[in-house]
Design a binder for this molecule. Structure first.
Ligand SMILES: NC(=O)c1ccc[n+]([C@@H]2O[C@H](COP(=O)([O-])OP(=O)(O)OC[C@H]3O[C@@H](n4cnc5c(N)ncnc54)[C@H](OP(=O)(O)O)[C@@H]3O)[C@@H](O)[C@H]2O)c1
Length: 341
C-alpha cells in the first residue's frame, strides 16, 4: 500500500523581491520543491502566473490583507517573512496564524523573520564619525543575545522585532531573526535579478538628484556588507538547522549576515566615479554634505558567529565587489528613472 506523505508547507512574503526572490530561486535550484510545498504572497496577477509556472502556489494579496496572511500562516509549517521589516500588523498576523497552527497540531512551526541592521546603529546620531571616535560604537556579535535583547525600543525596526520576541516567549513558535546589513550584488532568478537593493542604490539616486555624490560629515563611519546570494544561503542553512532543532532560536536566535566593513565615503567616491564616467556628474570626487541619520551616517559593524556555527561562509565577495557593483546599481537606477520619464 502506498503511504501518503504530505510535504511541510513554506509560506513566503516578499518572494518577488530582491532578498526573498533570490532566496526563493536558491530553493528552486536546490530542489526544495521535492521536500516542501511552497506558497508565496504576491500582489500582481502576472507574478501569480509566473509563480504557478515555477511550481509555487501564489496567494494574491498584500501585507494589509491580514485575514489572508493569518490564514496562510496557519496552514504553514514554516514562514519566511522577507517583505517589509517595518510592517508590524502583518508580522502580528503571521504570528497569530503560526500560533493557531501550533495549537492545532501540537508542533512548533518556524518563523524566519527579516529585520535590518539599522536596529544595531550606534548612538553617534548618524553624523559620519569613525567608530574609534564614537565611544558607543561596538562590534555586534549575534551570539551576544543579552546585548541584542537590550536594544532600546526606539531603534529602527525594533517595534516589529519585539513582536517576534513576544512570539518566542510563548514557546509555541520557533523564531529566528535575520538582521541583514547593506545587501549588494545582483539577485537571482526571474523576480530578483533586475531588482535593486536599498542603501547603495538610494545613494546613487540621491547623487543624481543633488548633482553631487556626498557622504555624512567626514564619511568615516562604517557599515557591514553581505552579498544577496550569501544572505540567501544563510536563510537556507537556518531553515535546515531549524528543522533539526539545531539552530539557536527565540531570544537567542539572532543571525547577523556579515562579510566585510566599509566606509560610506568609499561608496560615495565610487558613485561619483561611476556617474562622472557616464557624464552625469561634474566631478569624480564625493564631498561632505549628505543628510545625517542612521541610514548613511551611523556605524554598524557586526559578526555572524551563529551563522558560521551553522557552516555559513560568504563566497560572493565583500567591499571590493560591492564597490564594483555600483556600476550595476547605477544601471538599474537609470533604467528605473527612464521608465518614469
Ligand atoms: N536590501 C537590503 O539591503 C536590506 C537590508 C536590511 C533589511 N532589508 C529589509 O528586507 C526587506 C526586503 O528588502 P528587499 O531589498 O528584498 O526589498 P524589495 O526588493 O523591495 O522586496 C520587497 C518584497 O516585498 C513585497 N512587498 C512589499 N510591500 C508589500 C505589500 N504591501 N504587500 C505585499 N507584498 C509587499 C514586494 O512585492 P512586489 O514585488 O509586489 O513589489 C517584494 O516582493 C525590507 O523590509 C528591507 O527593509 C533589506
Amino acid at each position: 500500500m502506498n503511504k501518503i506523505t504530505t510535504k511541510p508547507v513554506i509560506f513566503i512574503t516578499g518572494g518577488t523581491g530582491y532578498i526573498g526572490g533570490t532566496f526563493l530561486q536558491l530553493m528552486l535550484m536546490r530542489d526544495y520543491l521535492n521536500r516542501f510545498t511552497i506558497s508565496a504572497l504576491v500582489r500582481r496577477r502576472d507574478d501569480a502566473q509566473r509563480m504557478r509556472q515555477l511550481g509555487i502556489e501564489p496567494v494574491i494579496g498584500t501585507l494589509d490583507d491580514l485575514e489572508i496572511i493569518r490564514r496562510e500562516s496557519a496552514k504553514a509549517d514554516i514562514v519566511f517573512n522577507t517583505a517589509n521589516c517595518d510592517h508590524r500588523e502583518s508580522a502580528i498576523a503571521i504570528i497569530q496564524g503560526l500560533t493557531k497552527h501550533s495549537k492545532e497540531t501540537g508542533k512548533r512551526p518556524i518563523l524566519i523573520h527579516t529585520s535590518g541592521a539599522g536596529v544595531l546603529s550606534d548612538n553617534s546620531k548618524g553624523i559620519g564619525v569613525a567608530p574609534e571616535d564614537d565611544p558607543t560604537a561596538t562590534i555586534w556579535d549575534d551570539t551576544d543575545f543579552e546585548a541584542h535583547t537590550s536594544i532600546p525600543m526606539h531603534a529602527p525596526h525594533r517595534f516589529v522585532d519585539l513582536e517576534i520576541f513576544a512570539a518566542a516567549k510563548t514557546g509555541l513558535v520557533k523564531t529566528y531573526l535575520v538582521v541583514p546589513p547593506t545587501v549588494f550584488g545582483q539577485g537571482l532568478g526571474h523576480f530578483a535579478e533586475q531588482r535593486m537593493s536599498i542603501q547603495v542604490p538610494r545613494l546613487v539616486y540621491h547623487s543624481l538628484m543633488q548633482r553631487r555624490a556626498m557622504y555624512v560629515g567626514k564619511g568615516e563611519n562604517q557599515w557591514t556588507n553581505v552579498h544577496v546570494v550569501d544572505l540567501a544561503e544563510l536563510y537556507l542553512l537556518i531553515l535546515d538547522a531549524a528543522l533539526k532543532d539545531a539552530a539557536p532560536e527565540g531570544l537567542q536566535g539572532f543571525y547577523y549576515p556579515a562579510n566585510e566593513y566599509f566606509t560610506w565615503s568609499a561608496v560615495a567616491h565610487r558613485i561619483a566615479q561611476v556617474l562622472h564616467a557616464k557624464q552625469l556628474l561634474a566631478t569624480p570626487v564625493a564631498t561632505t554634505g549628505l543628510q545625517s541619520g542612521w541610514f548613511w551616517g551611523s556605524n554598524v559593524r557586526m559578526k555572524c558567529s551563529n551563522g558560521v556555527q551553522l557552516g555559513w561562509r560568504p563566497k560572493n565577495g565583500g567591499t571590493q565587489k560591492m564597490l564594483a557593483d555600483v556600476e550595476w546599481d547605477t544601471t538599474l537606477m537609470l533604467r528605473m528613472l527612464s521608465m518614469h520619464k
